[in-house]
Design a protein around this ligand. Structure first.
Ligand code: ADP
Ligand code: MG
Length: 340
């Protein structure tokens, strides 16, 4: 096993953070959250995020249409802006195109990127275009703007908070598994495949949640809560208990799992790419927030656990109807050979 496999994606990122943090202005936030925070003045900050999609790693070009790929590559970045409570302002798109990529493919990709840009009202303001000797590689950077007092970090969860998510978990991972099943089954569970190819960036929801000071920590679910909850736990130095029976599972996911003899919780916890928001809220404010959220979006927020008192060793424990589960859940890590 190589050294990189041993430390994993997040261990590798920590080595970058350690080396560069001394250059960071104390008002800014660098590596470690969904986006970096660059203070503009006493009232506002910019937030900046970037995400790369590599063919054969993040997508298989004959399994996702170029248009959907264009949409998704922007959506996943908008999701990180949403997670900070910010409004997206501009995007930058870089593409490394290999010799097999046709003009038509690039045009359809651009159409998809434009669709999402229009939908979220974010102009493309720059980028870079180059040839690639290998796989098609796409990198998107999005800049957002947010009032300083509304920025939501991963490090602000407090003991007693209720842990919530904004929607169903596991659909995207199940959709990914369906790409390797027969056409008939893919059609039967088209909603799951769609959840994988075209997630929704919860920008309005993130803005709404950021208007409440009682919402403490927030991030988006890109690697699966099995991994993402660990980030909140570690950054906030708190422990988290998850009641797995409360994790929202769509009917489609449950039917698919019944038919294929799979555990939907595996998809929901260890899967990833749901791009729902994961946040913690003061327990005394939970009822009011739930009510107001439902009123505004016509969809509920789902409480899935609690933050235990601060000062304990940060850990995430899983329960099912109050019984501790011994299985440990991981999320997606690009380098680790085991995610447990
Ligand atoms: P997300 O899943 O929210 O996009 P990531 O897990 O990709 O977040 O990244 C976590 C943090 O690590 C972010 O702050 C990101 O900017 C930073 N990061 C990732 N790769 C690098 C790198 N090569 N150099 C510097 N920072 C990085
Ligand atoms: Mg994120």
């Amino acid at each position: 096993m190589s050294d990189i496999n041993k430390i994993g994606e997040f261990g590798l990122i920590e080595t970058f953070a350690d080396k560069f943090n001394h250059l960071l202005d104390k008002n800014n936030l660098g590596i470690g959250d969904d986006a970096a925070v660059i203070r503009i003045d006493d009232d506002y900050s910019f937030v900046v995020t970037t995400d790369m999609l590599v063919e054969k790693i993040h997508f298989i070009s004959d399994k996702i249409s170029p248009q959907e790929l264009g949409q998704k590559s922007l959506i996943v970045n908008l999701s990180d802006i949403a997670a900070m409570g910010a409004v997206p302002v501009a995007s930058f798109l870089s593409v490394a195109i290999n010799k097999n990529t046709s003009l038509e493919y690039v045009q359809q990709f651009t159409e998809g990127y434009l669709l999402t840009s229009n939908e979220y009202k974010v102009p493309l303001m720059g980028g870079d275009t180059t040839k690639s000797p290998n796989e098609l590689t796409i990198n998107v950077c999005v800049i957002g703007k947010v009032e300083n007092k509304r920025i939501k970090y991963r490090h602000s969860a407090q003991g007693g908070d209720i842990v919530c998510v904004t929607g169903f978990l596991g659909d995207s991972a199940a959709g990914l598994s369906l790409l390797y099943k027969d056409k008939k089954m893919q059609e039967q569970y088209a909603e799951l495949v769609k959840a994988h190819h075209l997630p929704i960036a919860r920008v309005d929801e993130g803005r709404f949640l950021s208007s409440f000071s009682q919402v403490h920590a927030m991030m988006d679910i890109s690697d699966g809560i099995g991994s993402d909850l660990k980030h909140i736990s570690k950054a906030s130095k708190v422990s988290i208990n998850i009641d797995t029976e409360k994790i929202p599972l769509s009917e489609k996911l449950q039917n698919y799992c019944q038919q294929t003899d799979k555990n939907p919780l595996e998809f929901a916890i260890s899967g990833g790419e749901d791009y729902e928001l994961l946040f913690t809220v003061d327990k005394d404010y939970f009822n009011e927030l739930s009510f107001e959220y439902l009123n505004k979006f016509g969809r509920p927020i789902f409480p899935i656990g609690t933050v235990r008192a601060e000062g304990e060793i940060p850990e995430v424990l899983y329960f099912y109807n109050n019984k501790r589960l011994t299985a440990s859940y991981g999320g997606f890590d690009h380098f680790k050979t085991t995610n447990k």
